[in-house]
Ligand binder design. Structure first.
Ligand code: DI6
Ligand code: FE
Length: 398
């Protein structure tokens, strides 16, 4: 089909706006895009009424498969108890680990679908989902299988990351090395062999794993051909991002405390900086990521919800874009690049995130003319239609 009369934010070089554009879609791919006046003729042509079109949105960092509920911790934090103290007392991630282990597949699938549907309602066509709330091999595999299953139940591509090094399980509290042995020698080989994960992630932080421990996990990932990414410099500057750059990490995520040396390291390795303003907001952090330094070094910046039950229960990628602007000073153009072109890069996906010939035909039509309108409001969804792999999956085209 040929879509015409669109205001296209192609996301090639900033917005890459093409006014009065046409997009030719064949066999699930974009085969031509440009001004309507010079578009190839096609028997099935649809006038889209001047709406804005963007690439399908990509949420490149979520923990949306989990059991239980942590609203009690929200209240504790409002009473002044810190995220770190809650974690040290066996709550936080551990609380979700207990609940996730206890739930059946069916319970996890139905709870996760509700969260996923919130993202899809705003035009997400690719979502990354991490494990990390099972920790033992059986429950991590359970999480990854369920994440893959969600991609069959809904019109969305699911990319998975194994996050076994999310927290030291309580049953290993006195034997850190034994847990890392399990991650490196059992979990990663099994998960790689069964193709359950597309990447390996870790949480490098005082309440989680050291730089040396994380490097060990990355060595195992590398040995099994899996790319890596890292939760780094969220609450303190340990130098995790720099280490991750040495492994050519796809992304380093959070990075509020990243210093100049760290920015230079990720600039050299081509690693994407993923900003997660939801966690910054919920934890009432004070230090924002080094956005000016990232710009100066031309580091690609992505934006994501970090959807999780503890530090970022935000179920809206549009809200994350707004928060990235309001809290971190991103421009709306950078926020949109952060959930399209740069989010694709953070997942190592070269076939999406921009509107161009050869790309997957994942597109969102919006009832608004200007792309800046996507980052400006909060709690307003101007979505009009979603096309995935060239097929209409939501809304109307004409
Ligand atoms: N950083 C995060 O933002 C999530 N995990 C992590 O390492 C939060 C996990 C949680 O609190 O449940
Ligand atoms: Fe996270």
């Amino acid at each position: 089909m040929l879509l015409t009369n669109l205001n296209a934010a192609t996301m090639r070089n900033g917005y890459g706006l093409v006014a009065d554009a046409a997009i030719l879609i064949e066999h699930g791919k974009i085969t031509w895009m440009g001004p309507r006046g010079v578009a190839p003729h096609h028997h099935h042509s649809i006038n889209c009424g001047g709406r804005l079109v963007t690439p399908g949105l990509i949420d490149c960092h979520t923990h949306l498969v989990y059991g239980g509920n942590r609203a009690n911790e929200f209240e504790m934090r409002l009473d002044g108890v810190s995220y770190t103290d809650i974690a040290k007392a066996g709550g936080g991630i551990f609380s979700t680990v207990r609940a996730t282990r206890a739930q059946s597949d069916a319970e996890l699938v139905s709870a996760s679908l509700k969260r996923l549907d919130s993202l899809l309602a705003e035009g997400v066509t690719t979502v990354e989902i991490k494990s990390g709330y099972g920790l033992d091999v059986r429950n991590e595999i359970k999480m990854l299988r369920i994440a893959r299953e969600l991609g069959k139940l809904r019109p969305v591509d699911v990319v998975t990351s194994y996050l076994g090094a999310h927290a030291l399980p309580q049953e290993f509290q006195h034997d850190r090395d034994a847990y890392l042995d399990l991650v490196c020698n059992e979990a990663i080989p099994t998960i790689a062999a069964q193709k359950l994960a597309d990447a390996v992630d870790a949480f490098c932080e005082k309440i989680a794993f050291t730089v040396t421990e994380t490097a060990r996990v990355f060595e195992a990932a590398k040995a099994h051909g899996l790319p890596v990414k890292l939760h780094a410099e969220q609450l303190s500057n340990l130098g995790g991002a720099k280490m991750a750059a040495g492994f050519n990490a796809l992304s380093v995520d959070h990075i509020e405390y990243l210093d100049r040396e760290g920015v230079e390291a990720i600039a050299r390795s081509g690693t994407v900086a993923v900003l997660l303003p939801g966690a910054f907001y919920y934890l009432r952090e004070k230090q924002a990521p080094p956005v000016a330094e990232l710009r100066r070094h031309n580091v690609p910046v992505a934006v994501s919800t970090d959807l999780n039950p503890g530090s970022s229960p935000i179920h809206s990628l549009l809200a994350a874009m707004n928060m990235a602007c309001m809290l971190f000073g991103l421009r709306p153009e950078e926020a949109l690049a952060g959930v399209t072109a740069n989010a694709a890069r953070a997942l190592g996906l070269g076939d999406r995130g921009v509107i161009a010939p050869g790309m997957k035909a994942d597109l969102v039509l919006w009832d608004t003319a200007r792309p800046g309108d996507l980052s400006y409001p909060l709690g307003f969804n101007p979505l009009s239609a979603v096309i995935r792999n060239g097929t209409l999956v939501k809304g109307k085209l004409a």
